[in-house]
Unconditional design. Structure first.
Length: 440
């Protein structure tokens, strides 16, 4: 791996090299098992071990492992710090392979912080190195990185094409972990388009491979996404079951971000069935962790958008308006269009209930403007409130058009339930390996 110089190693250094290789493999296994703390300890051992090598490549590789570890933990600051050290050292050591990897990881840190233009800037630098190389695995990782950007910025066609390519390449390379992630992300892309047959098909593939190789740390993500699909199909009891399971797994594998996302989704599920106290308990727990521990403004925006929705549904209109406006103001800069559209829907409903139809129209119109950039948003909710507002403004023809759009989506969902009963029941009846709920 890389262009290491030929240097003769003494017996002590050979032992250190072997130890380094063993620790590197151990880090991968512990990550798959979700044992985050143990994995971090191994990385520290690797850093100590790498310092004695004459070959700086070993130190660079360990810095890259560390950056990747913190990327998976959604810690963009440490992800960036280790990646930048690896980048500078790889330039000094003239190792283009590691330089490309480091550039991609720097891009990943900007992706995590929702600075997508900066992420693309660093990915483009990596692409220049990789264009004429034979490093297919890195080219594949870069394709996945670009595709994730398409996914987050609402470029659905590019996103689907990218994930299908990633799945095909990961099969050829035998990269099961990346196959799991690609199937999962593709499933969620289809869910956002109300293509439930395809969403369930690909989520099922992701689920089966993850379970087969005991990829514990990703199971909480898959369970959360199953909860989202059942929520979108209106099966709230099943949604609750999967979201609670996701929270349990996330706690056990120490995945704070997955736990927060599932807490938020569980909150809006409780709110949808009128259990507002449980809804507030879960969303306040999620936003509290986001504000005080994770300090990730992108996801805090999501949490506050959910909070404004629950405030609206529980009748606390004035508080809901203030919270939704705060989300709208911050989400544009963060390019969190899902939080923006959700807050627009909330305030359109808020002002409609206050009989301020012009103000309500401003928000519903803005929501429609950004809808194509979103995932996980029930577009029929937006079309329905927009239709009601237009009707109140005596624009009956336009109102009818949006009402028909809303009905079309609802019919699609109902047919999604009817046509996918077998697969929906498969997940409900399946006994998920209980080992994943037990901390090792």
């Amino acid at each position: 791996m890389g262009n290491s110089k030929n240097i003769t190693l003494n017996s002590y250094e050979k032992k250190a090299l072997l130890r380094d290789a063993i620790l590197a493999r151990k880090v991968e296994i512990l990550e798959i098992e979700g044992r985050s703390d143990d994995s971090e300890k191994c990385l520290r051992e690797m850093l100590s071990c790498a310092k004695i090598h004459k070959q700086k490549d070993f130190l660079i590789r360990t810095l890259i492992y560390s950056s990747l570890f913190y990327f998976r933990k959604d810690d963009y600051k440490l992800n960036y710090s280790f990646a930048m050290k690896a980048f500078k050292l790889s330039q000094v050591n003239k190792n283009k392979y590691f330089e490309a990897m480091s550039l991609m990881l720097i891009g990943d840190s900007y992706y995590l912080s929702s600075s997508f233009n900066k992420a693309i800037f660093w990915y483009n630098k990596a692409e220049k190195i990789l264009t004429h190389s034979k490093w297919d695995k890195l080219k594949f990782e870069l394709l996945l990185s670009y595709t994730n950007i398409y996914n987050r910025t609402g470029q659905m066609k590019k996103s689907i094409e990218g994930y299908l390519k990633c799945i095909d390449i990961s099969k050829r390379l035998g990269k099961k972990t990346t196959m799991i992630v690609s199937y999962n992300n593709l499933a969620m892309q289809y869910m956002s388009m109300q293509e439930y047959s395809k969403a369930l098909k690909y989520l099922n593939k992701s689920f089966e491979i993850a379970e087969k190789i005991k990829y514990t740390s990703v199971m909480c993500t898959i369970l959360n996404n199953l909860g989202l699909i059942y929520f979108n199909l209106g099966d709230y009891n099943s949604a609750k079951r999967f979201l609670k399971d996701s929270i349990t797994v996330a706690k056990n594998v120490q995945s704070i971000l997955d736990m927060i996302l599932s807490l938020g989704n569980l909150a809006i599920t409780y709110s949808a069935i009128g259990e507002y106290q449980k809804a507030f308990d879960n969303i306040l727990k999620a936003t509290g962790i986001l504000r005080d521990t994770v300090k990730n403004p992108y996801y805090l925006c999501y949490g506050n958008a959910y909070y404004s929705l629950i405030l609206n549904q529980s009748g606390r209109i004035k508080e809901s308006i203030i919270t939704a406006d705060e989300v709208i103001n911050s989400s544009e800069n963060l390019q969190n269009y899902s939080a923006l559209v959700l807050s627009c829907i909330v305030n359109a409903n808020n002002y409609f209930e206050l009989n301020n139809f012009d103000k309500a129209h401003e928000y519903s119109q803005k929501g429609i403007q950004y809808l194509s950039y979103c995932q996980e948003i029930s577009s029929e909710d937006l079309y329905l409130i927009h239709s009601k507002i237009l009707n109140a403004l005596n624009k009956q023809k336009e109102s009818k058009e949006f009402l028909l759009l809303a009905r079309k989506i609802v019919t699609k969902k109902q047919s999604g339930i009817k046509n996918n009963k077998k697969l929906l029941n498969y997940f409900l009846q399946k006994q998920v390996n209980r080992d994943i709920f037990t901390k090792k």
